[in-house]
Design a protein around this ligand. Structure first.
Ligand code: SF4
Ligand code: FES
Length: 251
């Protein structure tokens, strides 16, 4: 049953509005107000604003349970998922802006899909098998412990919060950011992927890869899935420094 009781707080939402497709549209903030109800999430608040005050308000949601990654936005300056944010954890004035770095679709809606597809293409985020296809090949086994570590990396929901929070990604369009490097680490760890450290060195050893990070750690701070992103950086740096040393010795 929907709880219609009110908490007594009147919430004020200052929401970024802009339609890049409309030449008459100017970026501005618009104020909406509503009465808070218990257990109200930002998803519910935005839906109510759209249903009762402005049907043209753009924002993205699909799962409403921190699974699809589509509802990332800046909530009082912090990138986070709107569907898992309770208004009771926020002050009465809530400022909502779209995630930076990604292409703006309109208001709070951004195109994370293009960024993630380009990242996946650049890092060739798929298993690279060098042997010819064998229809009779048996499934390759790996230890439960390794499978669990790989699964940790696969929990990324591509919400883009870590990218939006990253100072380097905000000024350097080609930086792979924590989510991209997490993806690389996932395939590096996978014994079915035949790429060696030399191959990986070419992919992620530039200033757009793991050595572009300046260690502000905002990515780990905002990741809604609590992925071990700092461990990922440490792992990649260790492996790639090893590869670099081997390369130098061979030259
Ligand atoms: Fe979102 Fe975390 Fe994945 Fe970054 S690493 S895209 S913050 S789930
Ligand atoms: Fe799917 Fe928020 S709506 S993660």
């Amino acid at each position: 049953m929907i709880d219609t009781e009110k908490t007594g707080r009147r919430l004020r939402f200052e929401i970024f509005r802009f339609n890049p497709e409309d030449p008459d549209s100017e970026p501005h903030t618009q104020v909406f107000e509503l009465d808070e109800v218990p257990y109200m999430s930002l998803y519910l608040a935005l839906n109510q604003i759209r249903e009762q005050q402005d049907p043209g308000l753009q924002f993205d949601f699909a799962c409403r349970s921190a699974v699809c990654g589509s509802c990332g936005m800046l909530v009082n300056g912090r990138p986070t998922l709107a569907c898992r944010t309770l208004t009771s954890d926020l002050p009465e004035t809530v400022r909502l802006y779209p995630l930076p770095v990604f292409k703006l679709i309109g208001d709070l809606s951004v195109d994370t899909g293009t960024w993630f597809r380009e990242m996946a293409e650049r890092t060739e985020a798929w298993i690279h098998e060098r042997l010819p296809f064998d229809p009779n090949a048996r499934e390759e086994r790996m230890s439960n412990e390794l499978a669990q570590v790989i699964y940790e990396g696969d929990r990324c929901i591509e919400c883009g919060c870590c990218v939006a929070a990253c100072g380097v990604a905000n000024i350097e369009a080609d930086f792979l950011a924590a989510t991209g490097l997490n993806r690389v680490a996932r395939f590096m760890l996978d014994p079915r992927d035949r790429r060696d450290d030399g191959d990986w060195f070419e992919v992620v050893s530039t200033e757009h890869g793991v050595f572009g990070c300046i260690g502000m750690m905002a990515c780990a701070d905002v990741c809604p899935k609590k992925l071990p992103l700092l461990d990922v950086y440490a792992y990649l740096r260790r492996r790639l420094l090893g590869a670099a040393l081997l390369k130098q010795t061979a030259e």
